[in-house]
Design a binder for this molecule. Sequence first.
Ligand code: AMP
Ligand code: MG
Length: 350
Amino acid sequence: MRALALLVLTLLTGCRAPLVRHEFARAAMGTEFRLVFYAPDAASAERAAAAAFTRIEALDAALSDYRAESELACLGRTSDGPCPTDWTLISHELALVLAEAEDVARASGGAFDVTVGPLVELWRRARRQGELPTAERLATARAAVGWRALELDRTRGAVRLLAPRMRLDLGGIAKGYALDAALAELADQGIERALIDGGGDLLAGAPPPGVRGWRVAISGLDSADPGADRAAAYFELAHAALATSGDLERSFELAGVRYSHILDPRSGLALTEQRLVSVLAPNGMSADAWATALSVLGPEGLALVAERAGFSARIVAASAAGLDVFGSGSFSAALSCATPARSGPGAQNP
Ligand code: AMP
Ligand code: MG
């Protein structure tokens, strides 16, 4: 009798097995990637997760600034010789990321700039040695930075570097692209209801069965006490990305001043403003890049995001008076009114 009931149910539901929630995690790109999705069975879930992780790892190998043999690092070294460099043909993935990077650099007036590599290295050294960069070192690094000195031929998929000793750093955008690529990989495997968390940057596909979106939370600057975290926000995310920039964990202190891992490429200086930026966007790569750009621009940059279809943003800024919250466009409208179960970056899954 039960078997008959099951058979009838199976026929009624179009012969599809019920979807079951699966979760996988793996370290990549200096963080942890977590996949949460609905699949009909464990075997297809594992196949899909393996495909998504393989894609993320391949991107990590090509786009990392840490790996000496990555495509990105090799490209940077071409500028150690005579200048400008010859055109270098690049991979489809790198061309896509550099095209978006160029668009955001132009739109943000150079606040976002993937040629910041020499400055990133300079400020990493400052952190290690516990002393600020000298004016001379700063000037040398700045001479090798500038988004206009990275010339991209979108038709041919080629680049050339116009300044000596340039170094590219995709730390502000590559993770977002990896989210997009991983979600596409899951879709190729027939998985549509998925959420991917790349160290706090989120990308959602279709929602879990029966609900409007994936319940996700972002914390405010004052996340030590979730109860008092008035800037915390909750979303139901579907077919959209939510990126966050400006985490305090990666900042460091020198002579009582807190310096961020995000730099203003226009001055060469590490940011000292304490800001937490969240950007909602149609895809992971744009969300990631704009979250970094707005960290540099501050609230004045919100208008740039508001004019883009499907984008909205929020900036929580620390001031002497406490926390100021600035919002653009539909960001507040996108907030879910639901009471959160817990606070903090990352996903709260149904
Ligand atoms: P995110 O956490 O996405 O804001 O990215 C921060 C990382 O991007 C840093 O660790 C650097 O590797 C790189 N970065 C820092 N400042 C900038 C900038 N102004 N534009 C582009 N990338 C940056
Ligand atoms: Mg970013």
